[in-house]
Unconditional design. Structure first.
Lengths: 436, 436
């Protein structure tokens, strides 16, 4: 027996259109496997005049997301409209009217996840969000359900395909940043506004969601250090390679031994031999270390209409399975998609997080320069593990590249402020984290 | 509010003891995250006299698995006793009495999965089995739930840690098979009876379960080709390396374009550059290609007390979430853990499966040998893509190594039968699949 559920779809961009198309194309398979059939009852869009690749049946077109909540036969609301204001109102309205929510909105969850799950809790109505992190990779379900008995020691993720594609081009083909960015644009891997991707914030939103799932509380986006890939140059890629590393935009989430959570996103040198180093192109990967499960890794496409639709439909089926439970008198055992817990609850200030570093300056090629810089490092107790001064010099300038032992980020920043005042230092320092 | 559920545990070997220990050690975390508390109400063991590393509280000791079914407060039965007769009876009894089943028994599911899920269907009571395939890797849940909307094009898996450890030693340290096996034994990576692992059957059982999930029907273990790693030698590893490949015990599951399913497990040459090639030591990995999600890969520990316990407890929480649904009048929407479907339903005979091959013989080092062999290949329409005859020879014998273009396995076998009759051929042919 096939049970039918009504779906209201908000947003008809790449992912929304992909979900609509996939629900139709894979309908038979979904019904056979799950026993559920999903009827899209309305599609809310912002601009009805907009040219669209995908046909939107006029009978389904809704001018406002509010219309989706007016349909009594819509039991599940799929929010793929983006933004953090209307999308929040839609989700709020859905939960208040006891409609299960499926969303792919990473920015909204990272910024207002706490409010959203408080509403989910209040109305005992679940919110599913597999599509919000790493497209087609089932990382939310795995972390939430499969690893439920694990203290999560760390999560390391390549969470943004656009930037990983750019860095891969630089790594594998020796391109400069702008050349790689142009190639990514030509292949359609770059959004109309690439700021969120390139600045690291898209990855950071995903990292904040993973951290919340792993540790049971939400860290504010303001409280973490996020750096994009704009400063990575072909020179850095080459120096890193000579040290045995590749550079990835890495999200790092870690519970340190004192129980405080550390989160950060920045270009990071990772050993060429590590499995994350082999993740190239638009692919995403997430390495999780749990106290029971040990090391595990999930790899796949982190974006795109079809991979993301796959995750949305996976959530729809889970929503459907929960639907009767959610309506029944046993509602309290219906999981809401997130659980607050109290084992941890503090995140470390960015400047107090300890890491190893890669550091490069351009300096004047004259005697005493190295001594001046290392003297400053010494005064701050910063210890150098390796140093390279390459032969090549241009206009009497040369690069100095340091690998620096573990130290708090704030301490490095203070030392660099003083180094900057030296007249022999001719460039902004380039500082990246190093993971072992 | 924490809800408590009673668990009956059958088996107290490595995994059973790991589950018992982890349920106690991680109790607070599990309760906070899931809202459920699991009370082990009885532990059934075969031999009460056996020396055990882990303390088994005498009050919980049950002499027979039947005792677990006599306890009215046991709602979930965890079957980790192994074997396919008593274990089947226990699962049958549990389902008949509407107790949810969690099992890690790959051999039982591979051999009698069809019967077990018919019972699950009849009594609308779910069976969960994450621990049966690839230890701590959440591959069952991902394939069953997250990828529900995907036609699965192929699954390639390294599904046995023992054999992967042995092959990794051979690959990375140039060891011979027996030397690597001894090292694996010394490290505790080899079971008392290693036959299932070394023969490829442990991996094959897991492959049959994955295939059933992907395609909705059960293929009989008798109908697939399974080869172990016993014939892999240091020489083969070296020849493969020179061709740009590494040798892995690979489970291959594929839906071919005519909709027929192909399943096989054997030592297989895979390109050194592929991500599966970088899976070394006791780790497992599964690469899945779905029509929506594209390529994805799951990597982690495939065995061991704690990783497997992590999967069992993940299943317990899912079981608990389903528990009230399963009891309610809405029981028909409670998923039973497997869905038969009818899109496919046929598996291809082993001899009709087409692959590329690596083939090595020892032959007499005399003129005309190569011509005799290639003439036979020619008669069968078998095409050679590459050939190596190394310089080294011993006792006037030499190796001939062929890379062979795609051909049905049966055709290769027929040709080899004829090659074997040549007096210049001095060894059994070594034949491995090659994946591109």
């Amino acid at each position: 027996m096939i049970r039918s559920l009504g779906v209201g779809l908000a947003g008809f961009g790449t992912v929304g259109a992909g979900v609509f198309e996939s629900l139709q194309k894979q309908q038979k398979l979904i019904e056979e496997r799950s026993g559920f059939s999903f009827q899209v009852r309305g599609i809310a869009i912002r601009d009805p005049q907009k040219q669209r690749k995908q046909f939107l049946p006029p009978s389904l077109l809704r001018r406002s997301w509010r219309d989706l909540l007016r349909d009594p036969h819509t039991q599940i609301v799929v929010e793929l409209m983006g933004g953090t204001t209307d999308a929040f109102e839609l989700i709020k309205g859905a939960l208040q009217s006891r409609r299960i929510v499926v969303t792919g909105n990473k920015a909204l969850l990272a910024e207002r996840g706490e409010e959203i799950f408080a509403l989910a809790q209040e109305f005992r109505t679940p919110v599913f969000y597999e599509a919000a992190v790493a497209g087609g990779i089932p990382i939310i379900q795995s972390l939430r359900d499969s690893f439920v008995s694990n203290h999560i020691e760390s999560i390391h993720g390549i969470l943004n395909g656009t930037t990983n594609y750019i860095l891969s081009c630089m790594q594998e083909e020796g391109m400069e940043y702008n050349q790689a960015l142009d190639q990514a644009k030509a292949l359609g891997y770059v959004e109309a506004d690439p700021t969120l991707d390139l600045s690291g914030w898209d990855a950071a939103h995903k990292a904040l969601i993973l951290a919340a799932l792993a540790y049971g509380f939400w860290v504010s986006p303001q409280d973490i250090r996020v750096e994009g890939i704009e400063k990575v140059s072909a020179a850095d890629i080459l120096f890193a390679k000579n040290f045995g590393y590749t550079i990835k935009l890495l999200a790092r989430i870690r519970a340190s031994s004192d129980g405080i959570i550390e989160i950060g996103v920045s270009p990071t040198l990772i050993p060429m031999k590590s499995i994350l180093a082999s993740v190239s192109g638009v692919f995403n990967a997430i390495a999780i270390k749990g106290d029971l499960v040990g090391e595990s890794l999930f790899y796949g496409r982190g974006a795109g209409a079809r991979p993301t639709a796959s995750s949305v439909i996976g959530d729809l089926v889970t929503a459907a399975q929960n639907f009767h439970l959610h309506l029944s008198s046993e509602r309290t055992s219906c999981p809401i998609g997130f659980s607050s817990h109290t084992l941890y609850g503090k995140s470390r200030l960015a400047e107090e997080i300890i890491s190893s570093y890669y550091l490069r300056f351009t300096v004047e090629d004259q005697p005493g320069v190295l001594s001046m810089i290392t003297t400053i490092f010494g005064q701050y107790g910063i210890s150098i593990s390796s140093l390279v001064q390459p032969e090549s010099r241009v206009d009497r300038k040369t690069s100095l590249v340091f690998m620096i032992h573990r130290a708090p980020y704030g301490l490095i920043q203070s030392a660099l402020e003083q180094v900057r005042t030296l007249s022999c230092v001719k460039s902004e320092p380039i500082l990246f984290n190093v993971e072992m």
